[in-house]
Design a protein around this ligand. Structure first.
Ligand code: 13P
Length: 256
């Protein structure tokens, strides 16, 4: 059996000015920056990347962005490219978050271009997938997740696949305090693992970390992280305070 190292990633969304980002980044670096048991990533807004990068330098905590454009440069007003993120020392990028899909009209095809661009630029994509409440209630959860996963990963090679991170985020659980039950989450995670096995083969699929996201916090994390195919968390609200975020990292370390 392959032991996948757990990964806890904080998605700060549109929160924190550079000045506000400094203290939590420093606290996270001090509290969990030297521990090797769990991979830790924090994803501040673009405007705080240059403030957070030097704080994480020399620690094991990695820097991620929350989005990017697939092109390297050009006339795309307001956008940020993979080479720009690399220049800020980012190593990870969240792609296809449900907020991008629903508020900014991002399609699977566009998200797929971003995934390919991330790999091309040595950024690790964190591809988000997940169903809405209406989709769950109509029984189409697995179909939705299958389409988002397969279309999002078109053209990704077997060699690239182990570097991929997938985040299963049921839209109805994001920021709502309604967490998926461990059974609901594990079912979808195992389904995603099967899809990855079909796409990339068993060896590569066993290496991919599949994170759960949606109202994860220290109180509900132990049960979720104990599931066979739940390899960590993509944390929104509970990542904004260093205390709850570092507690989640410690919980993941205990669950390994
Ligand atoms: P919450 O943890 O606030 O529910 O957000 C989850 C999320 O969307 C992370 O990307």
């Amino acid at each position: 059996m392959i032991l996948r190292k757990k990964l806890i990633a904080g998605n700060w969304k549109m929160n924190k000015t550079p000045a506000e980002a400094l203290a939590p980044a420093q606290e996270i670096a001090v509290a969990v920056g030297k521990q090797p048991d769990v991979d830790v990533v924090i994803c501040p807004p673009f405007t705080a990347l240059t403030t957070v990068a030097p704080v994480l330098d020399g620690t094991l905590v990695k820097l991620g962005a929350q989005n990017m454009h697939p092109e390297a440069s050009g006339a795309f007003t307001g956008e940020i490219s993979a080479p720009m993120l690399r220049a800020f020392f980012a190593t990870h990028v969240i792609l296809g978050h449900s907020e991008r899909r629903s508020y900014f009209g991002e399609t699977d095809a566009f998200i797929n271009q971003k995934v390919l661009a991330a790999f091309k630029n040595q950024l690790r994509p964190i591809l988000c997938v997940g169903e809405t409440l209406a989709e769950r209630e109509s029984g189409s959860t697995l179909k939705v997740v299958q389409t988002q996963t397969e279309k999002g990963l078109e053209g990704v090679s077997k060699d690239q696949a182990p570097g991929l991170i997938v985040a299963y985020e049921p839209v109805w659980a994001i920021g709502t305090g309604k967490v998926a039950t461990t059974e609901q989450a594990q079912e979808v995670h195992a389904f995603i693992r099967d899809l990855l096995t079909k796409l990339f083969g068993e060896a590569a699929a066993q290496k991919v970390r599949i994170l759960y996201g949606g109202s994860m916090k220290p109180a509900n994390a132990p049960e979720l992280l104990a599931q066979k195919d739940i390899d960590g968390g993509l944390i929104g609200g509970a990542s904004l305070e260093s205390r709850s975020f570092t507690e989640l990292v410690k919980t993941a370390a205990a669950a390994k």
